[in-house]
Write a protein that binds this ligand. Structure first.
Ligand code: IPE
Ligand code: IPE
Ligand code: MG
Length: 243
């Protein structure tokens, strides 16, 4: 009898390679981002089918503003388009949508759309879909540090009460299970300022496949590889306890 595979509770994905996918086809980079959006749809649906509890997607980093203005505005327009188009069906499918990142840099219109989308879906009990938009792992740590500093300054807590647990609870996504698996498509072996604090003990999986070509089978493959990993969290292998 084959052992049933374990489905990670929280998967985070660095969706990289849209630009190269378009360039390979002599198309504009933005058409790669459009193709990437189609992959997002498929992967969100599949994650819900697999009963993954939380899926976190890196859509726009705090450093992506460095790109040419036309690409940045195309990415933001695509985000607005996707929010408008998908929110009803996400809600119908019991998905809870949550945006992580510093949204204050977006237009008021987009900020309102984000708030409305989060409110609409906040009581849904199915898949939690976190979209990281203007997100940076360093920004996240800093915003938590600022909250803690304020609590110390106002006397709400003492410096000694600023524990790892308290600090963690001020980080983005503290209400969700820990990130089990990080997948990066597009062939680069780096984190690019995505989750930092939260991936201290996550398993990392890298694939050369460009994001628009990522699919259910490749997602399955990543989960299968995750199942071969032994997570020790600094402890010992189960059997070693017997020695
Ligand atoms: C990832 O694809 C999507 C975003 C960063 C928004 P890229 O646009 O980085 O694609 P490559 O890495 O240039 O191929
Ligand atoms: C990471 O990809 C950001 C997203 C996928 C949103 P980048 O393409 O921005 O990362 P670098 O520049 O290769 O590190
Ligand atoms: Mg890239």
């Amino acid at each position: 009898m084959t052992q049933e595979r374990y489905i990670p509770s929280h998967v985070a994905i660095i969706m990289d390679g849209n630009g190269r996918w378009a360039q390979e086809r002599n198309q504009m980079r933005v058409s790669g981002h459009r193709a990437g959006l189609k992959t997002v749809r498929k992967i969100v649906t599949y994650a819900a089918t697999l009963k993954i509890k939380v899926l976190t997607l890196y859509a726009f980093s705090s450093e992506n503003w460095k790109r040419p203005a036309n690409e940045v505005s195309a990415l933001i327009s695509l985000f607005i388009y996707a929010l408008n188009r998908e929110i009803k069906s996400l809600n119908k499918n019991n998905v809870r949508l949550n945006i992580i990142g510093d949204i204050s840099r977006f237009s008021e219109h987009l900020q309102n759309m984000i708030i409305n989308a989060q409110n609409l879906t906040k009581n849904n009990s199915g898949l939690v879909l976190n979209i990281a938009a203007n997100y940076g792992g360093r920004w996240d740590i800093l915003q938590s540090a600022k909250k803690m500093a304020m609590q110390v300054a106002t006397g709400e807590i003492t410096l000694d009460e600023m524990t790892e647990g308290r600090f963690a609870s001020a980080m983005c996504m503290s209400e969700f299970p820990e990130v089990d698996l990080v997948i990066r498509t597009g062939g680069e072996y780096r984190i690019s300022n995505f989750l930092l604090w939260q991936i201290a003990y996550s398993e990392l999986y890298f694939t050369d496949t460009l994001w628009p070509d990522f699919n259910q089978n490749l997602f399955d493959e990543a989960i299968n590889v995750f199942n071969t990993r032994e997570r020790r969290f600094g402890g010992l292998h189960n059997k070693e306890h017997l020695c």
